[in-house]
Write a protein that binds this ligand. Structure first.
Ligand code: PBG
Length: 311
């Protein structure tokens, strides 16, 4: 009877699995703050993705960790960059897997910020428009390697429109843009920065990511991205921002993604390891809450595990 009247369901195709590919390692390296998550060599990445796809996961979100970082994030848009090589390898081994690439500069910059930056002690000044040019180059290089969806996570102004134009001019008119549209400056990203080696060396990201206090501003951010050509809009983090997911879905009705971020993962993992929470039950409830709030896609480090649980 309960099944008959149930309003929301989670399905395997809702989930996107984030994967970290590193140019610096062979095999796999565990991420200490995220039990069960690994940095992967190119070979391991392909293995992991093929297995996930066979288990029913439709799409992966790719993050790259380069061997070389500089002031212009040159490895972010290098033809032989780690992400570009990884995308080609994934599309070759597993053509049906939907490959989404995170488009950002922070992993590729010496200072770990998402754009070209100057510093005055702990004060950081990011050069928006120059950074957007590099983001366009990055997105086009991902599309040219075969990425199905590019996902800009930098939060520079005007980047969605610039990337759409850049993709179209390069002939990638079918490449989809999933915009990190309402991305908040959040303490919940801590463990990710260990995984992606992208902790800012000075200052913080509050100059370009959003203030946790602002919901109306989130809608304005999303509106701009929609006008500029975003196909899928994302809210991030997830759990503490379900009100934003709800408003974004109600207002725009576009495919809406939510990012169940590293800190949300670490919390439940730590509690479960202590025997304080039932991992499976809490995670399934959490996923249902994302759907109930209006999310169509859920980016989660539990995607692989969910494939087992939902089988
Ligand atoms: C890169 C990026 C971050 C995350 C996704 N893309 C980190 C940040 O903005 O500091 C966070 C993901 C997570 O915490 O799981 N800009």
């Amino acid at each position: 009877m309960r099944t008959l009247v149930r309003e929301t369901a989670i399905e395997l195709h809702d989930f996107v699995l984030p994967l970290f590919v590193s140019e610096k390692i062979t095999g796999r390296a565990p991420v200490g703050t995220m039990p069960g998550v690994f940095q992967l060599s190119l070979e391991e990445l392909v293995k992991e993705a093929v297995e996930a796809h066979a288990a029913g996961i439709a799409s992966v979100l790719l993050f790259g960790i380069p061997a070389h970082k500089d002031e212009l994030a040159s490895q972010a848009y290098a033809e032989e960059g780690i992400v570009q090589r990884a995308v080609r390898a994934l599309k070759k081994e597993c053509p049906k897997l939907i490959v989404i690439t995170d488009v950002c500069l922070c992993e590729f910059m010496v200072h770990g910020h998402c754009g070209i930056a100057d510093f005055d002690g702990e004060d950081v000044h990011v050069h928006n428009d120059e950074s957007v040019e590099l983001l366009v180059k990055t997105a086009v290089s991902h599309a040219s390697a075969g990425a199905d969806i590019v996902a800009p996570s930098d939060m520079m102004d005007g980047r969605i429109g610039a990337i759409r134009t850049g993709l179209d001019e390069a002939g990638f008119t079918d490449t989809v843009i999933m915009s990190y549209a309402a991305k908040f400056a959040s303490a919940f990203y801590g463990p990710f920065r260990d995984a992606a080696e992208s902790t800012p060396q000075a200052g913080d990201r509050r100059g370009y990511q959003m203030d946790a206090a602002n919901a109306r501003e989130a809608l304005r951010e999303v509106e701009l991205d929609v006008e500029e050509g975003a196909d899928i809009v994302m809210v991030k983090p997830g759990m503490p921002y379900l009100d934003i997911v709800w408003r974004v879905k109600e207002r725009f009705g576009l495919p809406t993604a939510v990012y169940n971020v590293s800190g949300e993962y670490a919390m439940i993992k730590a509690a479960a390891a202590n025997g304080w929470l039932d991992e499976r039950a809490t995670v399934l409830e959490q996923m249902l809450a994302f759907k109930r709030a209006g999310a169509d896609l859920i980016i989660t480090y539990w995607a692989r595990q969910l494939a087992e649980w939902l089988r």
